[in-house]
Ligand binder design. Structure first.
Ligand code: GTP
Ligand code: SPV
Ligand code: MN
Length: 586
Protein backbone atom coordinates (compact mmCIF):
# COMPACT_ATOMS: atom_id res chain seq x y z
CA UNK A 1 0.00 0.00 0.00
CA UNK A 2 1.44 3.40 -0.91
CA UNK A 3 1.65 5.89 1.97
CA UNK A 4 -0.51 9.04 1.87
CA UNK A 5 2.65 10.94 0.89
CA UNK A 6 3.43 8.56 -1.96
CA UNK A 7 -0.16 8.81 -3.15
CA UNK A 8 -0.03 12.60 -3.18
CA UNK A 9 3.31 12.66 -5.01
CA UNK A 10 1.94 10.26 -7.63
CA UNK A 11 -1.14 12.39 -8.09
CA UNK A 12 0.95 15.56 -8.48
CA UNK A 13 3.23 13.84 -11.02
CA UNK A 14 0.20 12.78 -13.07
CA UNK A 15 -0.82 16.44 -13.34
CA UNK A 16 2.57 18.13 -13.75
CA UNK A 17 4.19 15.33 -15.84
CA UNK A 18 7.88 15.72 -14.88
CA UNK A 19 10.64 13.93 -16.72
CA UNK A 20 11.93 12.39 -13.49
CA UNK A 21 11.28 12.44 -9.77
CA UNK A 22 13.99 12.86 -7.11
CA UNK A 23 13.27 12.26 -3.43
CA UNK A 24 15.49 14.51 -1.33
CA UNK A 25 17.25 12.70 1.52
CA UNK A 26 18.99 15.77 2.95
CA UNK A 27 22.47 14.34 2.29
CA UNK A 28 25.47 16.46 1.38
CA UNK A 29 26.04 14.33 -1.72
CA UNK A 30 22.56 14.99 -3.04
CA UNK A 31 22.92 18.70 -2.24
CA UNK A 32 25.99 18.79 -4.48
CA UNK A 33 23.99 17.16 -7.30
CA UNK A 34 21.31 19.81 -6.88
CA UNK A 35 24.01 22.51 -7.00
CA UNK A 36 25.37 21.00 -10.22
CA UNK A 37 21.87 21.30 -11.66
CA UNK A 38 21.66 24.95 -10.56
CA UNK A 39 25.02 25.67 -12.23
CA UNK A 40 23.76 24.02 -15.45
CA UNK A 41 20.54 26.08 -15.31
CA UNK A 42 22.76 29.12 -15.85
CA UNK A 43 21.24 31.34 -13.17
CA UNK A 44 23.73 30.33 -10.50
CA UNK A 45 27.50 30.77 -10.07
CA UNK A 46 29.98 29.41 -7.59
CA UNK A 47 31.65 32.10 -5.48
CA UNK A 48 35.36 32.25 -4.66
CA UNK A 49 36.15 28.87 -3.07
CA UNK A 50 39.02 30.36 -1.01
CA UNK A 51 37.17 33.27 0.57
CA UNK A 52 33.56 32.00 0.30
CA UNK A 53 33.83 28.19 0.37
CA UNK A 54 30.72 26.30 -0.71
CA UNK A 55 28.87 29.56 -1.46
CA UNK A 56 26.69 30.35 -4.46
CA UNK A 57 25.34 33.42 -6.19
CA UNK A 58 21.88 32.99 -7.67
CA UNK A 59 20.22 35.55 -9.95
CA UNK A 60 16.46 35.30 -10.03
CA UNK A 61 14.36 36.41 -12.98
CA UNK A 62 14.36 40.24 -12.87
CA UNK A 63 10.56 40.26 -12.56
CA UNK A 64 10.72 37.87 -9.61
CA UNK A 65 12.61 39.56 -6.79
CA UNK A 66 10.21 39.79 -3.84
CA UNK A 67 7.01 38.42 -2.35
CA UNK A 68 3.94 39.32 -4.38
CA UNK A 69 1.11 40.07 -1.96
CA UNK A 70 -1.30 41.04 -4.75
CA UNK A 71 -1.40 37.44 -6.05
CA UNK A 72 -1.33 35.74 -2.65
CA UNK A 73 -4.70 34.27 -1.72
CA UNK A 74 -6.34 32.63 1.27
CA UNK A 75 -8.75 30.05 -0.14
CA UNK A 76 -11.46 29.39 2.44
CA UNK A 77 -15.01 28.27 1.69
CA UNK A 78 -16.40 31.47 3.27
CA UNK A 79 -14.91 34.78 2.15
CA UNK A 80 -15.38 36.20 5.63
CA UNK A 81 -13.06 33.59 7.11
CA UNK A 82 -10.19 35.07 5.10
CA UNK A 83 -11.26 38.53 6.25
CA UNK A 84 -11.01 41.98 4.69
CA UNK A 85 -7.20 42.19 4.75
CA UNK A 86 -6.53 39.05 2.69
CA UNK A 87 -7.10 38.35 -0.99
CA UNK A 88 -9.66 35.58 -1.25
CA UNK A 89 -10.61 32.95 -3.80
CA UNK A 90 -12.96 30.05 -3.17
CA UNK A 91 -11.19 26.66 -3.11
CA UNK A 92 -13.26 25.52 -6.09
CA UNK A 93 -12.37 28.54 -8.20
CA UNK A 94 -8.70 28.36 -7.15
CA UNK A 95 -8.41 24.68 -8.06
CA UNK A 96 -10.06 25.23 -11.39
CA UNK A 97 -8.11 28.31 -12.37
CA UNK A 98 -4.67 27.45 -11.04
CA UNK A 99 -5.01 23.67 -11.44
CA UNK A 100 -4.98 24.29 -15.16
CA UNK A 101 -1.63 26.09 -14.91
CA UNK A 102 -0.06 23.08 -13.15
CA UNK A 103 -1.16 20.76 -15.91
CA UNK A 104 2.03 19.66 -17.69
CA UNK A 105 3.97 22.44 -15.91
CA UNK A 106 6.97 20.16 -15.18
CA UNK A 107 7.27 18.64 -18.64
CA UNK A 108 10.96 18.01 -19.34
CA UNK A 109 11.91 19.05 -15.80
CA UNK A 110 12.94 17.25 -12.63
CA UNK A 111 10.38 17.13 -9.85
CA UNK A 112 12.01 17.18 -6.43
CA UNK A 113 10.15 15.87 -3.39
CA UNK A 114 11.42 17.73 -0.32
CA UNK A 115 10.19 16.35 3.02
CA UNK A 116 11.02 18.71 5.88
CA UNK A 117 10.46 19.31 9.57
CA UNK A 118 9.63 22.76 10.88
CA UNK A 119 11.15 22.97 14.35
CA UNK A 120 13.69 20.84 16.22
CA UNK A 121 13.64 17.22 15.03
CA UNK A 122 12.46 15.85 18.38
CA UNK A 123 10.16 18.67 19.52
CA UNK A 124 6.47 17.97 20.13
CA UNK A 125 5.74 21.44 18.71
CA UNK A 126 7.42 20.65 15.36
CA UNK A 127 5.50 19.77 12.20
CA UNK A 128 6.17 17.99 8.93
CA UNK A 129 5.72 19.51 5.49
CA UNK A 130 6.53 18.21 2.04
CA UNK A 131 7.32 20.54 -0.83
CA UNK A 132 7.26 19.29 -4.38
CA UNK A 133 9.13 21.67 -6.66
CA UNK A 134 10.77 21.89 -10.07
CA UNK A 135 13.32 24.48 -8.91
CA UNK A 136 16.80 23.29 -7.89
CA UNK A 137 17.35 26.68 -6.20
CA UNK A 138 14.33 26.05 -3.99
CA UNK A 139 15.66 22.59 -3.07
CA UNK A 140 19.11 23.94 -2.16
CA UNK A 141 17.57 26.80 -0.16
CA UNK A 142 15.08 24.57 1.65
CA UNK A 143 17.94 22.35 2.78
CA UNK A 144 19.38 25.37 4.60
CA UNK A 145 16.08 26.79 5.84
CA UNK A 146 14.48 23.60 7.22
CA UNK A 147 15.42 20.13 8.45
CA UNK A 148 15.12 18.30 5.16
CA UNK A 149 15.13 14.63 4.20
CA UNK A 150 15.30 11.37 6.12
CA UNK A 151 14.55 12.85 9.55
CA UNK A 152 11.27 14.21 8.19
CA UNK A 153 10.29 10.91 6.55
CA UNK A 154 11.14 9.06 9.78
CA UNK A 155 8.97 11.44 11.78
CA UNK A 156 6.13 11.13 9.29
CA UNK A 157 6.15 7.34 8.87
CA UNK A 158 2.95 6.20 7.17
CA UNK A 159 0.96 9.08 8.61
CA UNK A 160 -1.02 11.60 6.58
CA UNK A 161 -0.10 14.32 9.07
CA UNK A 162 1.94 16.58 6.79
CA UNK A 163 1.28 19.84 4.97
CA UNK A 164 1.65 19.30 1.23
CA UNK A 165 3.01 22.19 -0.80
CA UNK A 166 3.06 22.09 -4.57
CA UNK A 167 5.43 24.51 -6.27
CA UNK A 168 6.33 25.07 -9.90
CA UNK A 169 8.23 27.87 -11.58
CA UNK A 170 5.63 27.66 -14.34
CA UNK A 171 6.68 30.12 -17.02
CA UNK A 172 7.64 32.84 -14.46
CA UNK A 173 5.10 35.13 -16.07
CA UNK A 174 3.71 37.50 -13.40
CA UNK A 175 0.29 37.21 -15.07
CA UNK A 176 0.26 33.52 -14.23
CA UNK A 177 1.73 33.78 -10.72
CA UNK A 178 -0.36 32.57 -7.77
CA UNK A 179 0.47 31.84 -4.13
CA UNK A 180 -2.50 29.94 -2.70
CA UNK A 181 -3.13 28.77 0.84
CA UNK A 182 -6.00 26.36 1.55
CA UNK A 183 -6.06 26.49 5.35
CA UNK A 184 -9.13 24.27 5.76
CA UNK A 185 -7.40 21.35 4.03
CA UNK A 186 -3.89 22.51 5.03
CA UNK A 187 -2.58 22.68 1.49
CA UNK A 188 -0.33 25.11 -0.41
CA UNK A 189 -0.07 25.76 -4.16
CA UNK A 190 2.45 28.17 -5.61
CA UNK A 191 3.20 28.76 -9.27
CA UNK A 192 5.05 31.31 -11.37
CA UNK A 193 7.67 32.52 -8.87
CA UNK A 194 10.98 31.12 -7.65
CA UNK A 195 11.60 33.75 -5.01
CA UNK A 196 11.85 33.53 -1.20
CA UNK A 197 8.56 33.59 0.61
CA UNK A 198 6.68 32.83 -2.62
CA UNK A 199 8.58 29.61 -3.29
CA UNK A 200 10.20 28.30 -0.08
CA UNK A 201 6.84 27.00 1.05
CA UNK A 202 7.97 26.06 4.56
CA UNK A 203 8.50 29.71 5.37
CA UNK A 204 5.63 32.18 5.10
CA UNK A 205 3.08 29.85 3.44
CA UNK A 206 3.27 27.04 6.01
CA UNK A 207 5.05 28.40 9.10
CA UNK A 208 2.80 31.48 9.17
CA UNK A 209 -0.31 31.35 6.95
CA UNK A 210 -1.26 27.69 7.48
CA UNK A 211 0.30 27.49 10.96
CA UNK A 212 -1.52 30.60 12.21
CA UNK A 213 -4.79 28.83 11.33
CA UNK A 214 -3.67 25.63 13.10
CA UNK A 215 -2.49 27.65 16.08
CA UNK A 216 -5.91 29.22 16.55
CA UNK A 217 -7.60 25.84 16.24
CA UNK A 218 -5.21 24.22 18.71
CA UNK A 219 -4.55 27.05 21.18
CA UNK A 220 -1.00 28.13 20.37
CA UNK A 221 0.62 31.00 18.43
CA UNK A 222 2.48 31.24 15.11
CA UNK A 223 4.02 34.70 14.78
CA UNK A 224 6.29 36.73 12.50
CA UNK A 225 8.78 37.12 15.35
CA UNK A 226 12.49 36.81 16.01
CA UNK A 227 13.51 35.08 19.24
CA UNK A 228 16.54 36.21 21.26
CA UNK A 229 18.04 35.72 24.68
CA UNK A 230 19.48 38.73 26.52
CA UNK A 231 22.20 37.76 28.98
CA UNK A 232 22.68 40.06 31.97
CA UNK A 233 25.84 40.54 34.08
CA UNK A 234 24.74 37.73 36.46
CA UNK A 235 24.78 35.34 33.51
CA UNK A 236 21.00 34.92 33.52
CA UNK A 237 19.38 34.85 30.06
CA UNK A 238 15.92 36.35 29.53
CA UNK A 239 14.14 35.52 26.28
CA UNK A 240 12.20 37.98 24.16
CA UNK A 241 10.32 37.70 20.87
CA UNK A 242 9.88 40.64 18.53
CA UNK A 243 7.52 41.23 15.61
CA UNK A 244 8.69 43.79 13.05
CA UNK A 245 7.39 43.85 9.45
CA UNK A 246 9.53 42.57 6.59
CA UNK A 247 12.90 44.29 6.26
CA UNK A 248 12.43 46.20 9.53
CA UNK A 249 15.27 44.72 11.55
CA UNK A 250 14.41 41.27 12.95
CA UNK A 251 17.50 39.42 11.69
CA UNK A 252 19.74 42.27 12.79
CA UNK A 253 18.30 42.40 16.30
CA UNK A 254 18.40 38.61 16.70
CA UNK A 255 22.05 38.47 15.61
CA UNK A 256 23.15 41.70 17.27
CA UNK A 257 26.59 42.35 18.65
CA UNK A 258 25.96 44.26 21.84
CA UNK A 259 27.40 47.71 22.49
CA UNK A 260 27.10 46.88 26.21
CA UNK A 261 29.11 43.64 25.99
CA UNK A 262 31.77 45.00 28.37
CA UNK A 263 29.00 45.58 30.93
CA UNK A 264 27.90 41.95 30.63
CA UNK A 265 24.88 42.35 28.33
CA UNK A 266 24.95 40.13 25.27
CA UNK A 267 22.45 38.74 22.82
CA UNK A 268 21.97 35.05 21.94
CA UNK A 269 20.20 34.14 18.71
CA UNK A 270 17.32 31.64 18.73
CA UNK A 271 15.40 32.65 15.59
CA UNK A 272 15.26 35.58 13.17
CA UNK A 273 11.82 35.52 11.51
CA UNK A 274 9.21 33.12 12.87
CA UNK A 275 8.20 31.90 16.33
CA UNK A 276 5.86 29.04 17.22
CA UNK A 277 4.75 29.30 20.83
CA UNK A 278 2.89 27.08 23.30
CA UNK A 279 2.08 27.45 26.96
CA UNK A 280 4.63 25.41 28.91
CA UNK A 281 4.10 23.49 32.15
CA UNK A 282 5.91 26.31 33.98
CA UNK A 283 3.15 28.73 32.94
CA UNK A 284 5.35 30.65 30.52
CA UNK A 285 4.87 30.89 26.79
CA UNK A 286 7.60 28.77 25.17
CA UNK A 287 8.95 29.59 21.71
CA UNK A 288 10.67 27.45 19.13
CA UNK A 289 12.19 28.59 15.87
CA UNK A 290 10.55 26.45 13.17
CA UNK A 291 13.37 27.26 10.74
CA UNK A 292 16.96 26.04 10.50
CA UNK A 293 18.45 28.93 8.54
CA UNK A 294 18.20 32.66 7.97
CA UNK A 295 16.99 34.26 4.74
CA UNK A 296 18.27 37.74 5.46
CA UNK A 297 18.38 41.13 3.72
CA UNK A 298 21.93 41.75 2.42
CA UNK A 299 22.03 45.55 1.84
CA UNK A 300 22.88 47.49 4.98
CA UNK A 301 24.75 44.52 6.46
CA UNK A 302 28.40 45.34 7.13
CA UNK A 303 31.20 44.94 9.65
CA UNK A 304 29.98 47.90 11.72
CA UNK A 305 26.24 47.29 11.57
CA UNK A 306 26.45 43.52 12.07
CA UNK A 307 29.78 41.71 12.07
CA UNK A 308 28.04 38.58 13.40
CA UNK A 309 26.12 38.25 10.15
CA UNK A 310 29.23 39.03 8.09
CA UNK A 311 31.10 36.22 9.88
CA UNK A 312 28.22 33.77 9.46
CA UNK A 313 28.07 34.29 5.69
CA UNK A 314 31.59 33.18 4.83
CA UNK A 315 30.66 29.55 4.00
CA UNK A 316 27.79 27.30 2.92
CA UNK A 317 25.62 30.29 1.98
CA UNK A 318 23.49 31.14 -1.04
CA UNK A 319 23.39 34.79 -2.09
CA UNK A 320 20.46 35.93 -4.22
CA UNK A 321 20.51 39.05 -6.41
CA UNK A 322 23.62 40.66 -4.89
CA UNK A 323 26.44 42.17 -6.95
CA UNK A 324 29.56 40.20 -7.98
CA UNK A 325 33.16 41.41 -7.80
CA UNK A 326 35.89 40.33 -10.25
CA UNK A 327 37.29 38.23 -7.38
CA UNK A 328 34.01 36.24 -7.42
CA UNK A 329 32.91 37.64 -4.10
CA UNK A 330 29.44 38.96 -3.27
CA UNK A 331 28.95 42.71 -2.99
CA UNK A 332 26.15 44.94 -1.77
CA UNK A 333 25.50 48.48 -0.63
CA UNK A 334 26.38 48.94 3.04
CA UNK A 335 29.02 46.21 3.04
CA UNK A 336 31.57 48.98 3.69
CA UNK A 337 33.75 47.93 0.74
CA UNK A 338 34.14 50.43 -2.10
CA UNK A 339 32.60 49.14 -5.34
CA UNK A 340 35.56 47.55 -7.16
CA UNK A 341 36.40 48.13 -10.80
CA UNK A 342 34.54 45.56 -12.89
CA UNK A 343 31.68 45.08 -10.43
CA UNK A 344 28.64 43.31 -11.90
CA UNK A 345 25.17 44.25 -10.68
CA UNK A 346 22.46 41.84 -9.56
CA UNK A 347 21.41 41.22 -13.14
CA UNK A 348 24.99 40.31 -14.10
CA UNK A 349 25.51 43.54 -16.02
CA UNK A 350 28.51 45.83 -15.71
CA UNK A 351 27.80 48.29 -12.87
CA UNK A 352 28.72 51.97 -13.09
CA UNK A 353 28.05 54.71 -10.53
CA UNK A 354 24.73 56.36 -11.29
CA UNK A 355 23.26 53.07 -12.47
CA UNK A 356 21.37 52.59 -9.20
CA UNK A 357 22.20 50.00 -6.58
CA UNK A 358 24.42 47.07 -7.65
CA UNK A 359 22.61 44.73 -5.29
CA UNK A 360 18.83 44.57 -5.50
CA UNK A 361 17.35 46.29 -2.38
CA UNK A 362 15.72 42.94 -1.50
CA UNK A 363 18.82 40.89 -2.25
CA UNK A 364 19.37 38.22 0.38
CA UNK A 365 21.65 35.61 1.89
CA UNK A 366 20.55 32.15 2.95
CA UNK A 367 22.72 30.82 5.76
CA UNK A 368 22.49 27.87 8.18
CA UNK A 369 21.38 29.10 11.62
CA UNK A 370 24.14 27.18 13.39
CA UNK A 371 26.72 29.37 11.64
CA UNK A 372 25.51 32.39 13.65
CA UNK A 373 28.44 33.17 15.99
CA UNK A 374 26.08 33.79 18.93
CA UNK A 375 23.60 31.00 18.32
CA UNK A 376 21.91 30.14 21.62
CA UNK A 377 22.74 26.78 23.17
CA UNK A 378 18.96 26.40 23.54
CA UNK A 379 18.02 27.14 19.94
CA UNK A 380 17.05 23.52 19.28
CA UNK A 381 15.59 22.87 22.73
CA UNK A 382 12.52 20.67 22.06
CA UNK A 383 10.47 22.55 24.65
CA UNK A 384 11.52 25.98 23.37
CA UNK A 385 12.61 28.98 25.42
CA UNK A 386 10.35 30.83 27.92
CA UNK A 387 9.38 34.28 26.61
CA UNK A 388 9.31 37.19 29.09
CA UNK A 389 8.71 40.06 26.65
CA UNK A 390 7.03 40.65 23.32
CA UNK A 391 8.33 43.59 21.32
CA UNK A 392 6.34 45.11 18.46
CA UNK A 393 7.99 47.57 16.13
CA UNK A 394 7.88 49.24 12.79
CA UNK A 395 9.56 51.70 10.51
CA UNK A 396 8.08 55.06 11.50
CA UNK A 397 9.75 58.34 10.59
CA UNK A 398 7.41 59.99 13.12
CA UNK A 399 4.85 59.15 15.82
CA UNK A 400 6.21 56.06 17.58
CA UNK A 401 8.79 56.76 20.30
CA UNK A 402 12.03 54.76 20.52
CA UNK A 403 10.42 52.45 23.08
CA UNK A 404 7.36 52.22 25.27
CA UNK A 405 5.71 49.61 27.46
CA UNK A 406 2.02 48.78 27.33
CA UNK A 407 -0.16 48.91 30.45
CA UNK A 408 -0.94 45.18 30.29
CA UNK A 409 -1.88 42.32 27.98
CA UNK A 410 -5.13 43.75 26.58
CA UNK A 411 -3.56 47.14 25.96
CA UNK A 412 -0.52 45.37 24.52
CA UNK A 413 -2.71 43.49 22.05
CA UNK A 414 -4.17 46.86 21.04
CA UNK A 415 -0.63 48.23 20.59
CA UNK A 416 0.10 45.31 18.25
CA UNK A 417 -3.22 45.65 16.46
CA UNK A 418 -2.62 49.35 15.72
CA UNK A 419 0.95 48.81 14.47
CA UNK A 420 1.96 50.53 11.25
CA UNK A 421 5.12 50.61 9.20
CA UNK A 422 6.55 52.06 6.02
CA UNK A 423 6.57 49.45 3.25
CA UNK A 424 9.92 48.00 2.11
CA UNK A 425 11.42 46.19 -0.90
CA UNK A 426 10.62 42.80 0.71
CA UNK A 427 7.31 42.83 -1.17
CA UNK A 428 6.54 44.19 -4.63
CA UNK A 429 4.72 47.55 -4.79
CA UNK A 430 5.49 51.04 -3.54
CA UNK A 431 8.25 51.44 -0.93
CA UNK A 432 7.99 53.89 1.98
CA UNK A 433 4.20 54.03 2.21
CA UNK A 434 2.91 53.83 5.77
CA UNK A 435 0.36 51.08 6.18
CA UNK A 436 -1.22 49.39 9.17
CA UNK A 437 0.44 46.03 9.75
CA UNK A 438 -0.94 44.44 12.93
CA UNK A 439 1.66 42.33 14.73
CA UNK A 440 3.68 42.44 11.45
CA UNK A 441 1.22 39.76 10.26
CA UNK A 442 -0.81 41.66 7.65
CA UNK A 443 0.61 39.62 4.73
CA UNK A 444 0.91 36.39 6.75
CA UNK A 445 -2.25 35.85 8.79
CA UNK A 446 -4.07 32.87 7.27
CA UNK A 447 -7.52 33.92 8.49
CA UNK A 448 -9.72 36.85 9.41
CA UNK A 449 -7.58 39.27 11.43
CA UNK A 450 -10.51 40.12 13.69
CA UNK A 451 -10.45 36.47 14.81
CA UNK A 452 -6.68 36.69 15.12
CA UNK A 453 -7.04 39.60 17.58
CA UNK A 454 -9.64 37.55 19.48
CA UNK A 455 -7.13 34.66 19.62
CA UNK A 456 -4.48 36.96 21.08
CA UNK A 457 -6.92 38.22 23.74
CA UNK A 458 -7.90 34.63 24.64
CA UNK A 459 -4.27 33.48 24.84
CA UNK A 460 -3.61 36.29 27.33
CA UNK A 461 -6.24 34.86 29.64
CA UNK A 462 -4.74 31.37 29.42
CA UNK A 463 -1.03 32.15 29.94
CA UNK A 464 -0.29 32.17 33.71
CA UNK A 465 2.87 34.30 33.19
CA UNK A 466 2.21 36.27 30.00
CA UNK A 467 5.06 38.22 28.40
CA UNK A 468 5.04 41.97 28.99
CA UNK A 469 4.36 43.82 25.76
CA UNK A 470 6.56 46.63 24.39
CA UNK A 471 6.82 48.71 21.21
CA UNK A 472 10.04 50.01 19.63
CA UNK A 473 10.96 52.21 16.67
CA UNK A 474 14.58 52.36 15.46
CA UNK A 475 13.59 54.47 12.44
CA UNK A 476 12.43 57.85 13.74
CA UNK A 477 13.84 60.68 11.62
CA UNK A 478 14.80 64.27 12.34
CA UNK A 479 13.96 67.35 10.31
CA UNK A 480 17.03 66.61 8.15
CA UNK A 481 15.52 63.26 7.12
CA UNK A 482 18.23 61.30 8.94
CA UNK A 483 17.65 58.54 11.50
CA UNK A 484 17.80 59.97 15.03
CA UNK A 485 18.80 56.69 16.67
CA UNK A 486 22.07 54.97 15.70
CA UNK A 487 20.38 51.56 15.85
CA UNK A 488 22.07 48.18 15.30
CA UNK A 489 24.61 47.43 18.11
CA UNK A 490 23.13 50.26 20.18
CA UNK A 491 19.65 48.69 20.24
CA UNK A 492 20.85 46.58 23.19
CA UNK A 493 20.36 49.71 25.32
CA UNK A 494 16.65 49.48 24.65
CA UNK A 495 16.66 45.72 25.31
CA UNK A 496 18.36 46.40 28.64
CA UNK A 497 15.54 48.78 29.65
CA UNK A 498 12.98 46.18 28.57
CA UNK A 499 14.76 43.57 30.69
CA UNK A 500 14.72 45.92 33.67
CA UNK A 501 10.99 46.55 33.22
CA UNK A 502 10.41 42.78 33.11
CA UNK A 503 12.32 42.57 36.40
CA UNK A 504 10.13 45.29 37.92
CA UNK A 505 12.90 47.89 37.71
CA UNK A 506 13.73 50.43 35.00
CA UNK A 507 12.75 54.07 35.31
CA UNK A 508 9.69 55.07 33.33
CA UNK A 509 7.22 57.93 32.98
CA UNK A 510 3.55 57.38 32.25
CA UNK A 511 2.29 58.83 28.97
CA UNK A 512 -1.07 58.29 27.23
CA UNK A 513 0.44 55.61 25.00
CA UNK A 514 2.24 53.69 27.74
CA UNK A 515 5.37 53.76 29.90
CA UNK A 516 8.29 55.59 28.29
CA UNK A 517 11.84 55.64 29.75
CA UNK A 518 12.71 58.70 31.81
CA UNK A 519 15.69 60.66 30.45
CA UNK A 520 17.97 58.75 32.85
CA UNK A 521 16.13 55.46 32.37
CA UNK A 522 18.19 54.33 29.38
CA UNK A 523 21.88 53.41 29.67
CA UNK A 524 23.46 55.88 27.26
CA UNK A 525 27.11 55.99 28.37
CA UNK A 526 29.54 55.87 25.50
CA UNK A 527 26.87 57.01 23.08
CA UNK A 528 26.94 60.33 21.30
CA UNK A 529 23.30 61.26 21.15
CA UNK A 530 22.39 64.72 22.38
CA UNK A 531 19.82 65.32 25.08
CA UNK A 532 17.50 67.07 22.64
CA UNK A 533 17.73 64.15 20.20
CA UNK A 534 16.83 61.76 23.03
CA UNK A 535 13.88 63.96 23.94
CA UNK A 536 12.70 63.90 20.34
CA UNK A 537 13.17 60.11 20.18
CA UNK A 538 10.99 59.62 23.26
CA UNK A 539 8.43 62.34 22.45
CA UNK A 540 4.75 61.47 22.28
CA UNK A 541 3.13 64.13 20.11
CA UNK A 542 -0.64 64.50 20.70
CA UNK A 543 -1.16 65.87 17.17
CA UNK A 544 0.59 62.89 15.55
CA UNK A 545 -1.31 60.45 17.74
CA UNK A 546 -4.68 62.05 16.89
CA UNK A 547 -4.05 61.19 13.24
CA UNK A 548 -2.92 57.75 14.33
CA UNK A 549 -6.15 57.20 16.25
CA UNK A 550 -8.25 58.24 13.26
CA UNK A 551 -6.38 55.96 10.89
CA UNK A 552 -6.61 53.02 13.30
CA UNK A 553 -10.34 53.60 13.65
CA UNK A 554 -10.77 53.34 9.90
CA UNK A 555 -8.62 50.24 9.80
CA UNK A 556 -10.67 48.60 12.56
CA UNK A 557 -14.00 49.55 10.93
CA UNK A 558 -13.46 47.18 8.00
CA UNK A 559 -13.81 44.22 10.39
CA UNK A 560 -17.33 45.31 11.38
CA UNK A 561 -18.90 43.45 14.28
CA UNK A 562 -16.31 40.68 14.09
CA UNK A 563 -13.70 42.96 15.76
CA UNK A 564 -13.39 42.18 19.50
CA UNK A 565 -15.04 45.00 21.49
CA UNK A 566 -11.97 45.09 23.74
CA UNK A 567 -10.07 46.81 20.90
CA UNK A 568 -12.73 49.52 20.54
CA UNK A 569 -12.51 49.95 24.30
CA UNK A 570 -8.72 50.33 24.21
CA UNK A 571 -9.06 52.76 21.32
CA UNK A 572 -11.43 55.04 23.18
CA UNK A 573 -9.37 54.81 26.36
CA UNK A 574 -6.26 55.92 24.47
CA UNK A 575 -8.22 58.84 23.00
CA UNK A 576 -9.47 59.74 26.49
CA UNK A 577 -5.97 59.64 27.97
CA UNK A 578 -4.85 62.18 25.36
CA UNK A 579 -7.92 64.36 26.01
CA UNK A 580 -7.34 64.34 29.76
CA UNK A 581 -3.69 65.27 29.29
CA UNK A 582 -4.56 68.13 26.95
CA UNK A 583 -7.14 69.34 29.48
CA UNK A 584 -4.52 69.32 32.26
CA UNK A 585 -2.03 71.20 30.08
CA UNK A 586 -4.66 73.86 29.35
P1 GTP B 1 12.68 40.16 6.73
O1 GTP B 1 13.71 39.08 6.49
O2 GTP B 1 12.17 40.74 5.46
O3 GTP B 1 11.57 39.70 7.60
O4 GTP B 1 13.46 41.40 7.41
P2 GTP B 1 14.00 41.67 8.90
O5 GTP B 1 12.90 42.19 9.74
O6 GTP B 1 14.74 40.51 9.41
O7 GTP B 1 15.00 42.90 8.66
P3 GTP B 1 16.61 42.96 8.66
O8 GTP B 1 17.20 42.75 10.01
O9 GTP B 1 17.11 42.10 7.57
O10 GTP B 1 16.83 44.48 8.27
C1 GTP B 1 16.29 45.06 7.13
C2 GTP B 1 17.01 46.34 6.79
O11 GTP B 1 16.93 47.26 7.88
C3 GTP B 1 18.49 46.12 6.52
O12 GTP B 1 18.88 46.93 5.44
C4 GTP B 1 19.15 46.57 7.79
O13 GTP B 1 20.46 47.04 7.57
C5 GTP B 1 18.21 47.67 8.29
N1 GTP B 1 18.23 47.78 9.78
C6 GTP B 1 18.15 46.76 10.67
N2 GTP B 1 18.24 47.22 11.94
C7 GTP B 1 18.38 48.56 11.85
C8 GTP B 1 18.51 49.61 12.83
O14 GTP B 1 18.55 49.38 14.03
N3 GTP B 1 18.59 50.87 12.34
C9 GTP B 1 18.57 51.14 11.00
N4 GTP B 1 18.66 52.41 10.62
N5 GTP B 1 18.45 50.19 10.05
C10 GTP B 1 18.36 48.92 10.48
C1 SPV C 1 9.73 38.69 4.67
O1 SPV C 1 9.39 39.29 3.64
O2 SPV C 1 9.19 38.89 5.78
C2 SPV C 1 10.85 37.73 4.61
C3 SPV C 1 11.38 37.37 3.30
O3 SPV C 1 11.27 37.22 5.64
S1 SPV C 1 10.37 36.21 2.50
O4 SPV C 1 10.91 34.87 2.78
O5 SPV C 1 10.44 36.48 1.07
O6 SPV C 1 9.02 36.28 2.99
MN1 MN D 1 10.20 38.04 7.47
Amino acid sequence: MPTPLEQWVEEVARTTRPQRIVWCDGSEQQQQEVVEQMLRDGSTLRLNPQTYPNCLLHRSHPNDVARTENVTFICTREKDDAGPTNNWMSPAEAKQKVGGLFSGAMTGRTMYVVPYILGPVDSPISKVGVEVTDSAYVVASMRIMARVGKAALDRLGRSADFVPGLHSLGDLNPERRYILQFPEEKLIWSIGSGYGGNALLGKKCFALRIASWMAREQGWMAEHMLILGLEDPSGKVTYMAAAFPSACGKTNLAMMISALDSQGYRVWTVGDDIAWMQIGRDGYLHAINPEAGFFGVAPGTGPHTNSNVMAALRRNSIFTNVGLTPASEPWWEGMEIDPPEGLLDWKGERWTPGKGPAAHPNSRYTVPANQAPHISSHWEDPSGVPISAFIFGGRRARVAPLVYESFGWQHGVFVGAMMASETTAAATGAVGVTRRDPMAMLPFCGYNMADYFRHWLEMGKRIPHPPKIFHVNWFRKGADGKFLWPGFVENVRVLKWILERVQGKGKAAETPVGWVPTPDGLTLDGLEVSRSTMEELLRVSPADWTTELEDTKKFFEQFGRRLPPELHEEHSQLAQRFERRTAVLK
